[in-house]
Write a protein that binds this ligand. Sequence first.
Ligand code: CP3
Length: 354
Amino acid sequence: MTQLKNDTFLRALLKQPVEYTPIWMMRQAGRYLPEYRATRARAGSFMGLCTSPDYATEVTLQPLERFPLDAAILFSDILTVPDAMGLGLSFAEGEGPRFARPLRDEAAIKALQVAPLDKLQYVFDAVSSIRRALDGRVPLIGFSGSPFTLACYMIEGAGSADFRHVKAMLYGRPELLHHILRITADSVTAYLNAQIDAGAQAVQIFDTWGGALSHAAYQEFSLAYMQQIIAGLKREADGRRVPVIVFTKGGGQWLEQIAAIGADCVGLDWTTDIGQARARVGDQVALQGNFDPNALFGSPAAIEQEAGRILAAYGHGSGHVFNLGHGISQFADPEHAKALVAAVHRLSRPYHAV
Ligand code: CP3
């Protein structure tokens, strides 16, 4: 097994000493990069990229060729899991994702089975291929959606502004939603463990829509299932801990609870002050975040100032992985992303000096 040349990201996740604050960006491989758009045109579609290990490897590495990022993230999508369950995923050009067979009636819900891993082999093949191509440059992050976030797409059949069908089920037939979440949580546990077996060196659970829930519903319908997944994950590979990051967008009010489910790191969106977050979770977990992705539309000088503000708010010592508070916009200027990475690396050194 190749030695990691840069393990700053893994050390920060475990709150071990680092020389500078590591950075990666959610959706770092994507449409804001002209080279990504060119590869996608050759592949024919977004799913064409995901299902080909060669294309997935090529686009995963593209942002690393441009910027000295401290981690790579598997190029794939959270919706591969419900697709493997037979819901029929498609991405129409210029629209979001769509499922041909959303879960709308009791018969369909009762027929739902744990995702067969052989239908997801292309993802594990992509993980192995990316690890080979990285050759120890930086660690590779695997990921999955949270059961609740996946259920939102499985029930609505597409993105939604109000989650009307999901919430109708949550308040009207909660046992049906729990049934979906149980099967999805079992699927995600096996899916993430297979990514770890294939070479993922850290994993992130994206709970993009947990923040749409009420306080009580969040614990019952999102957090509890993420806790169950984490309890079932392999936490070591090649003699090294495989850290787990949990990211609930809009979850700032639940930080203490999220920090207590067994993850190594909690992701923050940009609405929470990272210094206050650190005071609230103490030494329990590392924190990831939390630069407003739309602040990349400011000037390079403004980007640097905002990065400096976040680094100062976190303060001295390890345990901070710099990231955006959500995915990078497709309209972001790659030169501005480059300025952010450089600013974080340069401005963070004094916070790690011994
Ligand atoms: O972060 C990375 O670079 C890794 C790749 C990644 C993608 N999607 C690629 C992608 C990751 C980690 C995801 C996660 C994902 N997918 C989430 C959770 C994270 C989040 O952003 O909240 C969600 C909700 C999805 C579902 C999904 N996939 C949507 C809603 C869309 C359409 C989004 C849009 O802006 O049109 C996608 C498509 C998608 N996934 C793209 C990429 C690069 C754009 C596809 C394209 O090339 O057209």
